[in-house]
Design a protein around this ligand. Structure first.
Ligand SMILES: NC(=O)C1=CN([C@@H]2O[C@H](COP(=O)(O)OP(=O)(O)OC[C@H]3O[C@@H](n4cnc5c(N)ncnc54)[C@H](OP(=O)(O)O)[C@@H]3O)[C@@H](O)[C@H]2O)C=CC1
Ligand SMILES: O=C1OC[C@@H](O)[C@H](O)[C@H]1O
Length: 379
């Protein structure tokens, strides 16, 4: 019963409001994106030092509807809406949830206008773009963070702690799998299936296992082999990749954005799954749902000699945070800490985000697919 109540609290929208500070950090949201409520608008409601003051959308009507729905005072609509938002003097920070191919251009424009930026994953279309974005942030003395939210959630910290405790010995191999239903989760002309917008299964889902395995092993991988099944020209539906992390730790990563069914005529659906298995010398650790761990997750430890157990970790062992906070709320906490000159409990460095894009670029190349199109934008 208690765990059901906790689940409801974790997933309930607009779960909590709080008194705001006198001068909270003022966010502007670029686009009325589907992810914006989960990633920024709802977490902002219960962060005392954050207020979302403006939203921009290509359609004025959409901007107005979205603004009303979320109590956002200022709305910009029309072809120059994004431009007006990033240049709004009442905005301190920009949240960029545009299609991947627009992360580069609009993050650069926001930084050039003196705003801090929380930019959705993957950081850009290529490693070269990501590097240029962080160079500008550094030059301007502004905070730029790639919104790979699981890194901020206690469940992920717990998995690393279990591995680092050493009870199971050294890591021997890794196996990551993400499989989802394309027809249910994504609309037909979804940005994820559009090459010009930086689409592809690897672009969309790759950051999760690539970064998680990097975090768990504290190392950067080489890409050994990759194979892709495409769903349309240059758009991968599935990638199957072999990597080597750290000191010779083989890792297999399979990402399927449109799982086949099974049984007669493949009509029976498979259960969507996101799982990372870490095989160590003396046992294994498995985490289910490392993509959105706040909704639900399980961490199962199976020692070779001894009893196995399953854990959950929703509340941090130290620092601020409640067990009903989403990974996005923990991420917002870290972002604001950094902007305010405090040390966040954890952080994602520019090098990590650039390396993620280097790995994605290499996987596409090894799979015989082109890199996502480099933007021709320059400041
Ligand atoms: N961190 C996480 O957990 C998640 C991250 N994401 C990331 O967030 C980003 C957005 O994903 P999602 O919210 O699903 O995307 P949406 O399909 O909702 O699109 C995002 C916004 O892009 C704008 N846009 C601008 N140009 C175009 C164009 N040419 N075609 C289509 N849309 C355009 C639209 O803004 P407008 O309102 O102005 O029309 C739209 O609202 C992606 O980078 C994705 O990887 C997505 C889901 C989860
Ligand atoms: O970032 C994401 O996380 C959840 C996925 O279902 C979605 O496609 C992706 O954009």
């Amino acid at each position: 019963m208690a765990s059901l109540a906790s689940f409801i609290k974790r997933v309930r929208k607009k779960s909590s409001f709080c008194q705001k500070n006198t001068n909270p950090l003022r966010f502007g949201c670029l686009g009325a994106a589907r992810i914006a409520p989960d990633a920024l608008l709802q977490p902002a409601l219960y962060h005392e030092d954050v207020i979302v003051v403006a939203v921009a959308a290509r359609s004025a009507q959409r901007a107005t509807t979205f603004g009303k729905q979320w109590g956002i005072a200022k709305t910009y609509g029309g072809p120059d809406a994004y431009e007006r938002l990033v240049n709004d003097p009442d905005v301190d920070a920009i949240y960029n949830p545009l299609p991947n191919s627009l992360h580069f251009e609009w993050t650069l424009k926001a930084l050039a206008a003196g705003k801090h930026v929380l930019c959705e994953k993957p950081m850009a279309d290529t490693a070269e773009e990501a590097r240029a974005m962080f160079n500008l942030a550094e030059e301007k003395g502004l905070i730029l963070l790639e919104a790979w939210q699981p890194q901020f959630h206690p469940a992920i910290h717990r998995v690393k702690a279990i591995v680092d405790e050493g009870l199971l010995g050294k890591i021997v191999s890794l196996h990551a799998y993400i499989g989802v239903w394309g027809w249910l989760f994504f609309i037909k002309n979804d940005i994820r299936f559009n090459y010009d917008l930086g689409g592809g299964a690897l672009m969309d889902m790759g950051p999760y296992p690539i970064n998680l395995m990097r975090y768990i092993t504290s190392s950067s991988p080489t890409v050994e082999r990759s194979f892709a099944i495409t769903r349309s020209q240059d758009i991968d539906r599935l990638t199957d990749t072999d990597l080597i992390y750290g000191e010779n730790i083989p890792a297999k990563m399979v990402l399927d954005s449109d799982m086949d069914g099974w049984g007669p005529f493949n009509l029976l659906p498979r259960m969507p799954k996101t799982v990372l298995r870490i095989t160590c010398e003396r046992g294994t650790v498995e985490i289910h749902n490392f993509v959105l761990p706040h909704i639900w997750h399980s961490i199962t430890v199976i020692p070779k000699n001894g009893h196995s157990w399953t854990e959950k970790a929703y509340k941090p062992t130290e620092g601020r945070g409640e067990e009903w906070w989403s990974a996005y709320r923990f991420q917002l906490e870290a972002f604001v800490d950094k902007v305010r000159g405090r040390d966040p409990r954890c952080w994602r460095t520019p090098e990590e985000s650039i390396d993620e894009m280097r790995i994605i670029d290499e996987i596409y190349t090894k799979a015989g697919l082109p890199l996502r199109p480099q933007s021709d934008f320059s400041l």
